[in-house]
Design a binder for this molecule. Structure first.
Ligand code: ATP
Ligand code: LTN
Length: 333
């Protein structure tokens, strides 16, 4: 059925309750590819354990992340939705690619530096090789396009380098993937520190708006968002906080940044923040309702996982047999 379609792959870690950064920077854009491409969207639970996770929470968030994919509009009939640990080939190819990735390359990854600083008591080897597992996720399916937020650009470039290196040694084996980074919402910033990325694992609850936050919490968090000492709703030097709110408002209403500047000409920060909070809460309400409905039916979620895993395993097996043959691993029937 999918034979001639190009492949799109992306993943989200079940490492916390998803934020509007995950939604606007990644998941919301996934829908656009479903007709034209063969899309695989993965819950990357193996990536999540690079930071210590409570087992019960990890299990629960795996269901939740899958349900959120669907609540955000991804139809499991049109997309392959699956869980990383259900396809053993991710870990297998991850190991193989470790052997074609340099220590120096991994040492330069900014996410590794950031996460090592945040988790100083647990700088494990998996945190260091996280990007080779991500390269394996992508290369396993001969992916052409990877929709992600801008924070993943460096990992994506490494995945391309690894693919090219492997192809250079063994001949054409992997498709070299391209990133798709959305124009306005590639990096939603923290509401508390608008020069920092909004991150689902942030300890400050006021810094993050979560897709599942109740309406009053969403509005309250936007009201408290850190801005600047000025009073104009426009882009500019030192206006990171306002610019971030403008991007969020733009994404939820479809208005351009120019339109927003004229709409709020002469309006104070307080009223603008309320408008952003309301637009965000309105847009998320149907997603939340659908999420609640889906979470009541675990059996259905498990059927989706199982079907997704079957399709992903089938596709991964084709790449793996090619890889093993090229490297010189003996295959037995
Ligand atoms: P963590 O805090 O656990 O590191 P995270 O919030 O960074 O998690 P990931 O699961 O690592 O989320 O990312 C899933 C997708 O969401 C990726 O494509 C990532 O680029 C995107 N994304 C994450 N945060 C943002 C953000 N603030 N703005 C835009 N895109 C984002
Ligand atoms: N590293 C990504 C999550 C991720 C991913 C992927 C994204 C793991 N594997 C493959 C795209 C393609 C992150 O967002 N931190």
């Amino acid at each position: 059925m999918f034979k001639d379609k190009k492949v799109v792959f992306s993943g989200v870690q079940p490492s916390g309750s998803l934020t509007i950064g995950n939604y606007l920077g990644a998941i919301k854009n996934f829908n656009a590819f479903s007709e034209e491409y063969q899309c695989l969207y993965c819950v990357v639970n193996e990536h999540a354990i690079t930071v210590r996770q409570n087992p019960a929470d990890l299990r629960k968030r795996t269901y939740e992340t899958l349900a959120l994919y669907m609540a955000c509009g991804l139809d499991p009939e049109k997309n392959t939705l699956f869980v990383q640990s259900h396809v053993a080939a991710h870990a297998e190819l991850g190991w193989i690619l470790d052997c074609y990735t340099m220590f120096g390359e991994l040492s330069r990854m900014t996410q590794f530096k950031d996460k090592s600083a945040k988790n100083a008591d647990n700088i494990n080897a998996g945190l260091f090789t996280y990007p080779t597992l991500m390269a394996a996720d992508i290369l396993l399916y001969q992916t052409e396009l990877v929709p992600v937020g801008v924070d993943q650009k460096q990992h994506l470039e490494l995945a391309r380098d690894i693919a090219e290196r492997f192809n250079g040694i063994y001949g054409e084996t992997f498709v070299v993937p391209e990133g798709y980074i959305p124009p306005v919402t590639a990096k939603i910033m923290s509401l508390a520190e608008p020069t920092k990325k909004m991150s689902k694992s942030d300890e400050n609850e006021n810094a993050v708006v979560r897709i599942l936050d109740p309406r009053d919490a969403i509005i309250r968090k936007f009201k408290r968002a850190v801005t600047d000492s000025g009073n104009e709703i426009r882009r500019g030097e030192g206006k990171d906080g306002i610019e971030n709110l403008m991007s969020i408002y733009s994404a939820f209403t479809g208005k351009t940044l120019d339109e927003i500047e004229s709409e709020f000409d002469g309006v104070g920060y307080g009223d603008f923040k309320l408008a952003v909070g309301e637009a965000c809460a309105d847009a998320l309400a149907p997603v939340q309702a659908e999420f609640d409905r889906l979470m009541k039916d675990k059996a259905y979620l498990e059927t989706v996982m199982k079907n997704g895993a079957d399709m992903a395993n089938y596709m991964a097996a084709r790449t793996m047999s090619k890889v093993r043959r090229k490297i010189g691993f003996v295959e037995i029937k």
